[in-house]
Design a binder for this molecule. Structure first.
Ligand code: C2E
Ligand code: MG
Ligand code: MG
Ligand code: MG
Length: 281
């Protein structure tokens, strides 16, 4: 299982833009200063209703504005931060910032909108995670039902019972949970019925393949049907074409996310583009 985690980390690392392996040491050192020097920021990407295309929620995606290397993608630095343990501090910053961003929006008179935050398996496995989260909600004032956590199948690997207990505690708080990148892990589908979650997010790889591959299309349909039987909503990630949108709508997918609708962007830009501020009056 450790091997699987390692391979996944490597794949994400190698697939990202930016650093070569030899640069890791300096990046790690720089990451130490990223938080204190205000180099991290959150971009937000819309999730839309599959039928109407209307905005339903947003996902927070972290960016690192490196003083020399420019903007680095999380695919590069999150795995590094996981290796060094810095992910705990960074993850805490992300959670707090996402919650306070949403409260700032509400302060501007924007209609409350649910926000999804990605959580590293290491962060989720901490015994203090749920208590910490409750404290962030209390301090920022964000209602729990407006927060959704995105977790990968990796959270179940080290300690499935512990993860399920934490998910139950989250549900009691009123926080929602989604399984991200669904279908990419090797876990059995049957574990889904034990998980107190609300959503699955179908990985982008199935979406990009489904138009050409009957196998991928069958998996997409199978996941949607199964998830609905378990009363879970399905989000399809990485929608880039009209044809994909129509295909997923035809397959009864609930929610969509992808460049076809919007790229991740700074919050102020999203408010403007989505015409959210006009909802105030
Ligand atoms: P993810 O959570 O599955 O996020 C979706 C990724 O797909 C994002 O990349 C997003 O920009 C990208 N994407 C969205 N629509 C499309 C599309 O139509 N086509 C293509 N090709 N890509 C699309 P990003 O922001 O680079 O994030 C990559 C991964 O890094 C995330 O995958 C997530 O696993 C991780 N990550 C991002 N932000 C955070 C964070 O705040 N905390 C943690 N722990 N991980 C994060
Ligand atoms: Mg995600
Ligand atoms: Mg995903
Ligand atoms: Mg993905």
């Amino acid at each position: 299982q450790a091997k699987r985690q390692g391979r996944n980390t490597w794949r994400r690392y190698a697939g990202g833009d930016g650093a070569e392996p030899g640069e890791n040491v300096s990046l790690r050192r720089d990451l130490q200063e990223a938080i204190s020097n205000d180099q991290l920021s959150l971009h937000y990407q819309p999730v839309v209703d599959a039928t109407s295309g209307e905005l339903r929620s947003i996902e927070a995606l972290v960016r690192w504005h490196h003083p020399e290397r420019g903007t680095l993608s999380p695919g590069v630095f999150i795995p590094l931060a996981e290796q060094t343990g810095q992910i705990i501090e960074i993850g805490q910053w992300i959670l707090r910032r996402a919650c306070s961003d949403m409260m700032a929006l509400q302060g501007q008179g924007v209609q409350p909108i649910p926000v999804a935050v990605n959580i590293s398996p290491l962060q989720f496995a901490r015994p203090s995670f749920v208590a910490n989260l409750a404290q962030v909600l209390a301090e920022t004032g964000l209602p729990a039902h407006l927060l959704e956590l995105e977790l990968t199948e990796g959270v179940l690997m080290a300690d499935a019972d512990g993860a399920i207990a934490s998910l139950k505690a989250l549900r009691e708080l009123g926080v929602h949970a989604a399984i991200d990148d669904f279908g990419t892990g090797f876990s059995s589908l049957s574990y889904l019925r034990y998980l107190p979650i609300n959503k699955v997010k179908l990985d982008r790889s199935f979406i990009s393949d489904m138009m050409d591959s009957r196998g991928s299309a069958a998996i997409v349909q199978g996941v949607i049907t199964m998830a609905h039987h378990l009363s879970l909503e399905v989000v399809a990630e990485g929608i880039e074409t009209e044809a994909q949108w129509q295909a997923l709508r035809g397959r009864d997918c609930d929610l969509l996310q992808g460049y076809l609708f919007a790229h991740p962007m700074p919050l102020a830009q999203l408010v403007e583009k989505a015409g959210l501020s006009s909802a105030a009056s």
